[in-house]
Design a protein around this ligand. Sequence first.
Ligand code: FMN
Length: 224
Amino acid sequence: MRLTVFNGSPRNKKSNSKILIEEFLKGYHRVCDTPVDIHYLANIKETTSHVEAFRQSEIAIIIFPLYTDCMPGIVKNFFEEIAKLDYSSPKRVGFIVQSGFPEAVHSTYVERYLQKLALRLNFEYLGTIIKGGVEGIQVMPPRMTKKLFDKFQKLGEYFAENEKFSAQIQEQLRKPLRMSATTRLLFNILRLVGLTNLYWNSNLKKNNAYKNRFDKPYAESTLN
Ligand SMILES: Cc1cc2nc3c(=O)[nH]c(=O)nc-3n(C[C@H](O)[C@H](O)[C@H](O)COP(=O)(O)O)c2cc1C
């Protein structure tokens, strides 16, 4: 099997997507030693070669972060380009969507889009892995990421053995689908004392944008 990976994070090689796919490939290479090509869609000047690599791939995995409940523009651009290809034989394609918010439910809408995309382009759809709560993995100590990374390694191992995602691990990774009532209550308390926005506010301040945080640039003007 010749697997090709497409990383759709605008953060390129500094991305969480890269970290997760590396864990996946650790497991994958325990079973299969065929080299895996990885393409970074953030290198948009190389779009033509990314599209060609997709055309030539036997099995492709496209991994990307959830951006504003959907996908980064570079991923949409890539989809529009590969939609122009002529598929003589059905391509086998799987997706991994990972996000900042802990609840996997946020990514289930783009999952429906990916299913439809695969259907329209006559792909053999290998499913979508969804994982929430990924943002902090670059700063977490190893003991906090171990469980997640082990799961991705097992996912890769299973993929190399079966040429598809493990339904069981897929199910485990999309937990929590929604926060429990207790967690929601706790979260609301933290929100009321301003703790949930601490990180985001510090970023806004760093970028001198704190005063603009309630701007609505697309709202209809009330001045007319
Ligand atoms: C512009 C932008 C929009 C985002 N939108 C969402 C979102 O709608 N929902 C969510 O859960 N996370 C969102 N995130 C968080 C990313 O999905 C999350 O940090 C992800 O792990 C980043 O992966 P990467 O390092 O591979 O790009 C957003 C991040 C950015 C920068």
